[in-house]
Design a protein around this ligand. Structure first.
Ligand code: N01
Length: 612
């Protein structure tokens, strides 16, 4: 294509053997960098990448003296607007001819044949970008229609607030429970606890729910609380920028612009698949996909399948694949602690009781909650207590895996709980099968169809499944949210996310992060944490109204004090002392992810905002 060199392709993303169709745009555009608009000429192209389920686009900006003098050789984030739309992007340093490279990972700012067109599916009543919504100012804008976004919407309605919209980039609700459809996908928190306290589901079929049932539960809740009218499907928030003069947020979406008094970001930290940068991956001739973007059209029967990773996703996937695949290679960089999952079928009688005598289900839920809560001390203060559970896990391992060499490979050397404790009854038995090979080493590189492990061993595969987790600490949404002064959250955090009460961040007025920094749990249900955060959001909004003020911002000393206390508590946790590296940690080894105390304490701390 004219204006684009071969080296413009993102080498990691392109597979010479695939059948992607490229889309493209060449022409004038506006590049907005920190509130400054530059009129530029661009050559862009892109394609939909099924491995991570995202649209990848990239290209070059023609040389422009104004841009060079403003950006120099620095990298920056920007928003690119063409006559077709706007999209956030990253700008890297210029080439010797002063052409900046531009890369985006979202709905592109040009028509794309290989990603759903904004006006096609499921929402026929949606206005097109050229016909923006009739009411572009909202009281509250919610990003994401998963547990966090839907929960926020319900609580807003219960508080009498109806002027809000949920912006959802996909064409369905559910968040991670919509995206994760891999074989065996289920929740490792009991069903009664992994649901809203105000919306019990008496019909759970198992004590640990499978993904389709959780997705169906969320669909049901969406209808029960009449939320669909508030949801803008196929609408991706590309930028949220605080307007300090107007004291409100300006939102750019793939379907037009809005303003909002407050923004609730409920884009989960587990929404963006993480693919390790494996040399040779682009040239792998077989099928490749991430656990959170399962390709159900690809038949694995009789194939040589490699699963990369041994986290919560992999232990559920592996047993489901084994009966059908020809052979399975499991690349295990670090063995996991695995405990039996006390799962069982809930009988029709139990379900009828829950349906007709709701207090029984509430009591059951309370019992499960208390049982989980009673384990928090072991995680956050006395990791030695986890030795008891370790012994149980080792006993299970010994009972199930008879081959000593394999057992040695599967035995963790760090303290249980340091990485997420996995629950499974069929993972170890699956590894006993003759067509399974556990490679106790990371995947280092790929040469054609040969996978080469860090220990040097080589294995032939037809299909690669990456169960390698998510961009949790470096959530992409952080690059799109700009606070006072124009800096975005990612720049503000610089790899070290922090927030007051896990929810609000100084310099980002009227912004709420659902499952924000230091809110994730190692021992109980995230739904409990989300509901605590929602108490905080509602009290914050009521305070705005009561005080008659447009916005509140967090004082730096309050946030620092909160973070110092989190840090102090973190020091004694198993995540800090257990001797492992986990996705909970950032590059500097700090834990900006987990809540280092009880859920009761979090509930207390988020009951209301503290103006003092
Ligand atoms: O991802 P992970 P996940 N070669 O980050 C390995 C939630 N969840 O999708 O441990 C080989 O845990 C990496 O190795 P190491 C839950 O919160 C919940 O499984 O870093 N391996 C690790 O084993 C969970 O914690 C449910 O040494 C490589 C794996 O990839 C979170 O999602 C179900 C590698 C990544 O594990 C993430 O779980 C599923 C390489 N080159 C998920 N690179 C519920 O039931 C990385 N790895 C609610």
């Amino acid at each position: 294509m004219p204006g684009l060199d071969d080296e413009d392709c993102h080498p990691h993303d392109r597979n010479p053997n695939d059948d992607h169709t490229d889309d493209s745009y060449q022409g004038s555009a506006t590049l907005t960098v920190a509130d400054h608009d530059f009129h530029v000429h661009v050559s862009l192209r892109g394609y939909f990448e099924p491995i991570d389920g995202r649209y990848h686009w990239y290209g070059r900006l023609d040389p422009d003296p104004a841009l060079i003098s403003a950006l120099g050789s620095g990298r920056t984030s920007a928003v690119l607007t063409t006559p077709h739309g706007s999209a956030p992007c990253d700008i890297s340093e210029p080439d010797p001819w002063n052409r900046y490279r531009v890369i985006g990972l979202s709905t592109p700012p040009f028509p794309a044949a290989t990603t759903p067109a904004p006006d096609t599916p499921s929402t026929p009543s949606m206005p097109s970008p050229s016909h923006p919504y009739p009411h572009p100012h909202l009281h509250i804008a919610i990003i994401g229609a998963g547990f966090g976004g839907l929960g926020t919407a319900i609580r807003l309605r219960q508080a009498g607030i109806k002027d809000f919209a949920i912006f959802e980039r996909a064409d369905a609700i559910g968040g991670t429970w919509r995206d994760n459809t891999y074989p065996g996908c289920a929740c490792d928190v009991p069903s009664h606890l992994y649901s809203f306290s105000f919306a019990a589901n008496p019909r759970w079929s198992h004590s640990f729910s499978r993904q389709p049932e959780i997705k169906a539960y969320l669909e049901d809740v969406t209808d029960r609380y009449a939320l669909r009218r508030h949801i803008r499907f196929n609408t991706e928030v590309t930028e949220a920028r605080w307007d300090d003069a107007a004291k409100h947020w300006r939102l750019s979406t793939s379907r037009g612009d809005f303003t909002a008094d407050a923004v609730v970001s409920a884009a989960s930290p587990l929404s963006e698949p993480l693919l390790p940068d494996i040399p040779g991956l682009a040239a792998f001739p077989g099928e490749v996909f991430h656990s959170a973007r399962w390709n159900h059209d690809h038949d694995l029967t009789g194939k040589r399948v490699a699963v990369i990773g041994t986290g919560a996703s992999a232990v559920q996937i592996v047993p489901e694949l084994l009966p059908a695949v020809g052979s399975l290679f499991l690349f295990q960089r670090t063995p996991a602690w695995v405990l039996p999952r006390p799962d069982r079928h809930l009988t029709a009688v139990e379900r009828r009781i829950y349906q007709h005598v709701p207090p029984v289900q509430r009591l059951t839920r309370l019992g499960i909650y208390l049982a989980h809560e009673s384990s928090v001390g072991a995680f956050v203060k006395h990791p030695w207590q986890l030795k008891v559970a370790q012994r149980l896990a080792l006993r299970t391992l010994k009972k199930t895996i008879h081959d000593e060499t394999l057992r040695a490979k599967l035995t963790p050397t760090y303290v249980m709980g340091c990485k997420r404790v996995l629950l499974s009854n069929d993972f170890y038995p699956a590894l006993n099968r003759p067509n399974t090979t556990v490679i106790a080493s990371g995947l280092a590189k790929i040469d054609g169809s040969t996978l080469i492990a860090q220990d040097g061993s080589a294995h032939e595969a037809d299909v690669l499944v990456f169960a390698t987790g998510f961009h949790a600490v470096d959530m992409p949404i952080a690059k799109r949210i700009h606070g006072v002064g124009g800096m975005n959250l990612a720049e503000h955090w610089a790899g070290n996310p922090h927030a007051l009460r896990g929810t609000t961040v100084g310099g980002f007025p009227n912004l709420f992060l659902i499952i924000g920094p230091n809110t994730v749990l190692g021992h109980s249900s995230m739904v409990h944490i989300i509901e605590s955060q929602l108490n905080y959001v509602i009290d914050y909004l009521r305070t705005l109204k009561r005080r008659g003020v447009a916005a509140l911002d967090v004082r730096a000393e309050a946030q620092d004090r909160w973070c110092a206390e989190v840090e102090r508590r973190m020091a004694s946790t198993v995540w800090a002392t257990g001797g492992c590296v986990s996705w909970y940690l950032n590059a500097a080894g700090r834990n900006p992810t987990l809540w280092p105390a009880s859920t009761l304490r979090f509930r207390r701390e988020t009951r209301r905002i503290d103006l003092d």
